[in-house]
Design a protein around this ligand. Structure first.
Ligand SMILES: NC(=O)c1ccc[n+]([C@@H]2O[C@H](COP(=O)([O-])OP(=O)(O)OC[C@H]3O[C@@H](n4cnc5c(N)ncnc54)[C@H](O)[C@@H]3O)[C@@H](O)[C@H]2O)c1
Length: 171
């Protein structure tokens, strides 16, 4: 398959489960991909994909840091000459983090702000630096990973079965 031949993508959260499989799927369609993640493990994941014959470049950085988002876009243009796709996929989904996200009374300000920076502000930052490059190249696609929780929210952990009468009321 060759549907992304000549296309260049930046994928954030590329060392994680959805991001890594997404990078593999894009690369299998011919895309060249800059793989961004906070975790240095992204370098090993990129080496593995390169070993499978895919053209990928790792970038270790934090999506909530403006200079990192500017730099990952620059990495795409410096390495591959263009940018067609930005997939804002990084997010903090580990149980240790999610389980601190209780309710408006119990959650700490630091937890709220870090969650907003990584899950929301990062989308603004990535778009801010990608759009001018994409526009200069004739267009592009920005994809933002969300969650079913975005449609309905939740009252925080522990999360009971969806059909349980114990499901807590929403704030
Ligand atoms: N897996 C699911 O069931 C599910 C459900 C709903 C939404 N999502 C969303 O999908 C996206 C990917 O989820 P996943 O299951 O692959 O999670 P994952 O934990 O496997 O991967 C997330 C990746 O993001 C990276 N990351 C975290 N903070 C970062 C930062 N500040 N800068 C750069 N990278 C950072 C992590 O190191 C990790 O590699 C997330 O945005 C998540 O909220 C996932």
């Amino acid at each position: 398959m060759d549907r992304l031949r000549e296309k260049v993508a930046v994928v954030t959260g590329a060392a994680g489960s959805l991001g890594l499989e997404g990078v593999r799927a894009m690369a299998a369609e011919g895309a060249r991909v800059v793989m961004m993640d906070l975790s240095p493990a992204v370098t090993d994941r990129a080496k593995e994909l390169a070993g499978d014959g895919f053209d990928v470049t790792p970038y270790v950085g934090d999506v909530s840091v403006e200079s990192d988002m500017a730099a990952v876009v620059r990495t795409a243009t410096a390495t591959y000459g263009r940018l067609d796709v930005l997939w804002n996929n990084a997010g903090m989904i580990g149980a240790d983090w999610i389980n601190q996200d209780t309710d408006v009374v119990g959650v700490s300000r630091d937890h709220l702000m870090r969650t907003l920076e990584v899950n929301l502000v990062s989308v603004f930052l990535g778009s801010k630096y990608a759009i001018p490059v994409m526009a200069g190249g004739g267009g592009g696609s920005i994809i933002n990973t969300s969650s079913v929780e975005a449609a309905g929210g939740g009252a925080g952990p522990p999360r009971p079965d969806r059909n349980s009468e114990q499901r807590p009321a929403r704030w």
